[in-house]
Design a protein around this ligand. Structure first.
Ligand SMILES: NC(=O)c1ccc[n+]([C@@H]2O[C@H](COP(=O)([O-])OP(=O)(O)OC[C@H]3O[C@@H](n4cnc5c(N)ncnc54)[C@H](OP(=O)(O)O)[C@@H]3O)[C@@H](O)[C@H]2O)c1
Length: 512
């Protein structure tokens, strides 16, 4: 089909699977029309024709089917009457439909007798497609790897993740693999009337899946069990009838342990592992902040850059992160984060290394070439300083939340012992120790001592920049307790603080 001038209509084109279907079709030279409720917000490539509409509204859909030879059809909801009507409209216009169905559908069982809401809705649409007489392929994936994004809010807020049936293994499938199968079925012959059951390559319990997220992103992520009923009710809404909730739970218990090699058979490429899926979604799962508390960090480098204006600041941050795509990841670098100063000129790099020797190796071998490349991409970077630290102690809030700002508070010290003594004293006064209520919006404090003993750095996290402004106004005036402690600690001299918002963090492979 790639040689013809025909168009493929992709529904759900801005979704997890649809976005990759669009990309895959473009890669093989197929013209794509993308259906979305809001073309202006769709963020699709300019050569993709984004058209307004939804597969839940057949009359509008009809307008976009001229010249369309094949449709990728997905269910954005379970209004089966509306979906069946759209399928009839599609069937009148096109030759081929590839349906994103579900592994919950049981073959040989009429739609009305399928177990649960999900199986029922997909079976209705399958039946409607079969009735049109078009060439069809049904993709029946089991649980998506992308369902783990449900955990993101808890992970980012450092709260325990709620896992449903934490020990029951499944083989989560990567949305890129579902899309790759869809692209084959949309563009090649030989998939007519195929029902492809799609899974990932490995059986992993949710607890193990979460542990992999922790391994890739350097975090200890706690979890607790959540009942399947509570999960289903949250997903379906509080007014959902009990039998519908029970149907969803039944679907969850259906065919555990399914694993197929269909992705590899259809595409000729092995399916992505769960770890690869996590690596592609680290920021979605954990946000832009580094795993400051990570235990395997032996050395932290905090490097400060200055650039001319806010445009160069973002350009330099983007270049510093993107550059890793083009060069080998240094051995011993665990994670590299960039933060943007609220002054519009400063950038801070926070890089976590297994040990100082690994950083020194990189300085000898790859650092110069990287700096040259970055200077060429963003001229005018001024490298102010780079200080090596070790994390000394932390104060983590009892009721954690996702921080949106980081304040770096620096002190000059005459020795590491001075820095440590000051931190110990400070922690005795800290709300986490005294049991007092923390100031609103104050999250964790992570105290770092310079390897050469010359500095102490407090990496202080806040909900927002404004939350820090309030703390300064309310608690850090000259006669307040902490400024007094700074004043009377011998060998300690405040340098000042700078406010930042996190930009991005990238991770290396786990250390051996
Ligand atoms: N998650 C699983 O484990 C799993 C397993 C098997 C099968 N499935 C099936 O896979 C499908 C989900 O695929 P996906 O994750 O790629 O989809 P998705 O990302 O959740 O959504 C795809 C697109 O649908 C549109 N949409 C959302 N709500 C809508 C609404 N109320 N009316 C009209 N359009 C709406 C949105 O596009 P616009 O905003 O651009 O219009 C969205 O980008 C579902 O049918 C699901 O049952 C899921």
């Amino acid at each position: 089909m790639a040689e013809t001038n025909e168009t493929v209509l992709v529904t759900g084109a801005t979704g997890h699977v649809g976005r990759h279907v669009v990309a895959g079709l473009r890669d093989v030279g197929v013209r794509v029309r993308a259906l979305t409720r809001d073309p202006a917000a769709a963020g699709l490539p300019p050569d993709v024709e984004a058209v307004p509409g939804s597969q839940l509204e057949a009359p509008g859909l009809r307008r976009h089917l001229d010249d369309v030879s094949a449709v990728f059809f997905m269910l954005p909801g379970f209004d089966t009457d509306a979906l069946a009507e759209s399928v009839r409209v599609v069937g009148d216009h096109v030759e081929r439909v590839v349906l994103l169905s579900s592994g919950a559908v049981h073959d040989g069982v009429p739609a009305s007798e399928q177990p649960g809401t999900i199986a029922h809705a997909h079976a209705v649409v399958e039946e409607a497609i079969r009735a049109t007489g078009v060439s069809w392929t049904f993709l029946r994936p089991y649980g998506f790897a992308v369902n783990a994004l449900e955990w993101a809010e808890s992970i980012r807020s450092r709260r325990p993740v709620e896992l449903v049936r934490p020990e029951v293994a499944a083989a989560p499938v990567d949305e890129r693999d579902i899309a790759a199968v869809a692209v084959r079925a949309l563009t090649e012959d030989g998939h007519d009337r195929a029902r492809y059951e799609l899974t990932g390559p490995e059986l992993l319990s949710p607890a193990r899946q979460l542990a992999i997220v922790g391994e890739v992103t350097g975090r200890d992520i706690a979890w607790r069990e959540r009942s399947a009923e509570a999960w289903a009710r949250t997903l379906l809404g509080p007014d959902t009838p009990d039998e519908v909730v029970a149907g969803m739970v039944a679907g969850l218990n259906d065919r555990p342990g399914a694993r197929t090699d269909t992705v590899a058979r259809v595409t000729g490429q092995r399916a992505h592992t769960y770890r690869e899926w996590v690596e592609a979604h680290t920021e979605d799962l954990t946000g832009p902040l580094p795993p400051v508390s990570r235990k395997d960090t032996g050395h932290v480098l905090v490097a400060t850059w200055r650039v001319a204006d806010a445009g160069s600041q973002r350009a330099a941050a983007a270049a510093a992160i993107d550059d890793w795509r083009d060069r080998p990841w240094p051995s011993g670098l665990l994670a590299h984060s960039v933060l943007l100063g609220t002054d519009g000129h400063t950038l801070v790099h926070y890089s976590q290394w297994t040990d100082e020797a690994a950083l020194e190796d990189f300085r000898r071998s790859g650092c110069g070439a990287r700096n040259d490349a970055l200077d060429e991409t963003v001229p005018g970077i001024e490298r102010l300083d780079a200080v090596g630290y070790r994390l000394y102690r932390e104060a983590l809030p009892e009721r954690p939340f996702e921080p949106g700002a980081v304040v770096l508070v620096s002190f000059r010290t005459d020795s590491a012992a001075t820095g440590e003594r000051f931190v110990d004293e400070l922690l005795l006064r800290h709300p986490v120790t005294t049991g007092e209520q923390s100031p609103e919006g104050m999250a964790g404090n992570h105290f770092h001592i310079a390897v050469d003993g010359s500095r102490m750095l407090n990496w202080a996290e806040f909900a927002t920049v404004e939350a820090h402004e309030r703390v300064v106004a309310d608690r850090l005036q000259a006669d307040d307790d902490v400024p007094q402690l700074v004043e009377r600690t011998e060998g300690l001299e405040p340098i000042g603080f700078q406010r930042f918002v996190p930009y991005r963090t990238v991770y290396g492979p786990p250390a051996d």
